[in-house]
Design a protein around this ligand. Sequence first.
Ligand SMILES: NC(=O)c1ccc[n+]([C@@H]2O[C@H](COP(=O)([O-])OP(=O)(O)OC[C@H]3O[C@@H](n4cnc5c(N)ncnc54)[C@H](O)[C@@H]3O)[C@@H](O)[C@H]2O)c1
Ligand SMILES: [Zn+2]
Ligand SMILES: [Zn+2]
Length: 321
Amino acid sequence: MGTKGKIIKCKAAIAWEGNKPLSIEEVEVAPPKDHEVRIQIIATALCHSDAHILHPQFEGGFFPVILGHEAAGIVESVGPGVTNFKPGDKVIPLYAPQCGKCKFCLSPCTNFCGKLKHFKNPMGDQKLMEDGTSRFTCKGKPIYHFMGTSTFSQYTVVSDVNLAKLDDDANLERVCLLGCAFSTGYGAVINNAKVTPGSTCAIFGLGGVGLSAVMGCKASGASRIIVIDINSEKFTKAKALGATDCLNPKDLDKPIQEVIIEMTNGGVDFAFECVGGAKIMVGKVSLLFQSWLLTTRIRNWIWMHWCPIPYLLTKSMRHLT
Ligand SMILES: NC(=O)c1ccc[n+]([C@@H]2O[C@H](COP(=O)([O-])OP(=O)(O)OC[C@H]3O[C@@H](n4cnc5c(N)ncnc54)[C@H](O)[C@@H]3O)[C@@H](O)[C@H]2O)c1
Ligand SMILES: [Zn+2]
Ligand SMILES: [Zn+2]
């Protein structure tokens, strides 16, 4: 018996409150309504932005919520009015919607869909579906969506504009990283900074975003890719992806920016902050000051207000389909 039109009971990781571990619970996932799609999540990764929500100093958290926004899955069923997806399609949920019709989606200057124009922050404002209700229930209580995706659940419901279709042979366990980290880091290098061949680059932080930025710099033909992390275990993978110099600030006896300025005879051409910290940003700007002063910042809540991240994300996503 199919599940179309029925409530699906499955497991999900619920954040009941901030600063506490997630709790694996049985949830009920309602069928998709108009222009909605229900997806079986096959693979989901953990982005640091999920963890930010749980941080006690994060303002604007909402609970209980199902986090997760970096995933890939298979369409289980579609609601009325959905024409571009069908059951069985492999898909990636997108936290930055793309209606494909509004003047912003049609403009080559931005991918910041007009659907976002009423939102101050797509993370906070996509906590319910468009009709103002949730599709998740646990122990009789409605549970908030997160970033319009909520992928820490075996099944989730998203709007049909928050979804990208994949090739049938896509490996879902790998391509889930395209849902956030890869598109953010690689897109920042290629679409925003437009790193040039032969240039020198510095990348702070080697999580999913930073390692993707390393790949972008390598693909752009950068001659020197200096990576900085306080966890030296990250350097093996960074080198495999193209890093030329690895620095751990804990091992240095002077500020990191001074070290890099000396190493590069005055500073790098491009610097990428992929940690999520204001102090690092300040240090990075001083490191660039003697040269070009071109910076790319990767940190959600500031980035979202400034607009480029959805641009980067969806620009990259378009190459997928
Ligand atoms: N679209 C967006 O705007 C967007 C998308 C994804 C992630 N982000 C943000 O980007 C940041 C990175 O995300 P991630 O998932 O790659 O994180 P992550 O936690 O996987 O990686 C962060 C890395 O930074 C390193 N680090 C921590 N403090 C450091 C310091 N002082 N100096 C150097 N390195 C340091 C850590 O050891 C770790 O390797 C987060 O703040 C996240 O919220 C933004
Ligand atoms: Zn993310
Ligand atoms: Zn649009």
